[in-house]
Design a protein around this ligand. Structure first.
Ligand code: HEM
Length: 196
C-alpha cells in the first residue's frame, strides 16, 4: 500500500473512532432516558419554583458561555481579522470547562427527572409535544458530541479540521437544544423568578 494511503488512514482513524464513540454514547443515553423511571429525588431547584425553571436559568448561562466560546474560537483561528491576545486561549478553555460542567448538570436533571419523552400522552396525563421529543433527541446528540469534542481537544494525532468541526457541531446542537427548551420556556411562561 502506498505510504500516502497509510498516513491518510492513520489520520482518519481518530475522527472515525471519535464519531463512532460519540454515536454509541448518544444512543446509550437515549436508551437510559427511555428505561429509567423519572424521579425528582436526587435533583435540585437551586431555589427556583421548579426543576424546569432552574434548568432554564442555568441553560441561559450556558448559552452566553457558548456564544463566547464560538467568538473566541473564531478570534484564535484568525477569522475576525484582529490579532488575538495571549490570554485568549486560557479564557476560552476556562469558559469552555464551565459550559461543560453546567451542561452536564442540566443534562443530568433532564435525564433523571424526565428522560427521553416520545410524542403521545403519558400515564399521568402529560401530553408530550413534538418540541419536547425533538429537544430530548438533541440533548442526546449533545452528549455524544461532547465525546467527539473531548477526543478532538485531547488527541495529538487528530487532523486539524476535527477540532473546529467538533466545536462547531457542539455549538450548533447546544443552541438548538436551548432554543427548544429554555427559549420556549421563557416565551411561554416568562423569565423564572426565585421561589419566595
Ligand atoms: C439527554 C439529554 C436530554 C434529554 C433526554 C432532555 C429531555 C428533556 C425533557 C423531556 C424536558 C421536558 C420538556 C417538556 O415537556 O416541556 C426537558 C426540559 C428542559 N431541558 Fe432538557 N433534555 C436533555 C438535555 C438538555 C440540554 C443539553 C439542555 C441545555 C443545555 C437542556 C435544557 C432543558 C431546559 C432548559 C428544560 C426546561 C424547559 C422545558 O420544559 O423545555 N436539556 N428536557
Amino acid at each position: 500500500m502506498p505510504m500516502a494511503d497509510t498516513t491518510v488512514q492513520r489520520r482518519m482513524s481518530v475522527p472515525l473512532t471519535a464519531f463512532v464513540a460519540g454515536a454509541v454514547v448518544a444512543l446509550l443515553v437515549g436508551v437510559f432516558g427511555r428505561l429509567h423511571d423519572p424521579t425528582l429525588s436526587g435533583t435540585t431547584t437551586l431555589g427556583y419554583p421548579t426543576v424546569l425553571a432552574m434548568k432554564t436559568v442555568v441553560s441561559t448561562a450556558i448559552a452566553v458561555l457558548v456564544v463566547f466560546q464560538i467568538a473566541t474560537a473564531l478570534w484564535m483561528y484568525g477569522k475576525l481579522g484582529i490579532r488575538s491576545p495571549s490570554w485568549l486561549g486560557t479564557a476560552h478553555r476556562a469558559s469552555g470547562a464551565t459550559a461543560l460542567v453546567l451542561t452536564i448538570f442540566v443534562t443530568y436533571h433532564c435525564l433523571w427527572s424526565l428522560g427521553l419523552e416520545v410524542v403521545g400522552t403519558l400515564p399521568n396525563g402529560h401530553v408530550v409535544t413534538p418540541r419536547a421529543m425533538v429537544h430530548g433527541l438533541l440533548g442526546c446528540a449533545v452528549v455524544g458530541t461532547i465525546v467527539v469534542k473531548v477526543v478532538a481537544v485531547r488527541s495529538k494525532r487528530a487532523p486539524g479540521w476535527l477540532l473546529p468541526v467538533a466545536g462547531g457541531l457542539l455549538f450548533s446542537l447546544l443552541v438548538l437544544a436551548i432554543l427548544t427548551s429554555a427559549v420556549w420556556y421563557v416565551g411561554e411562561k416568562g423569565w423564572p423568578s426565585q421561589a419566595g
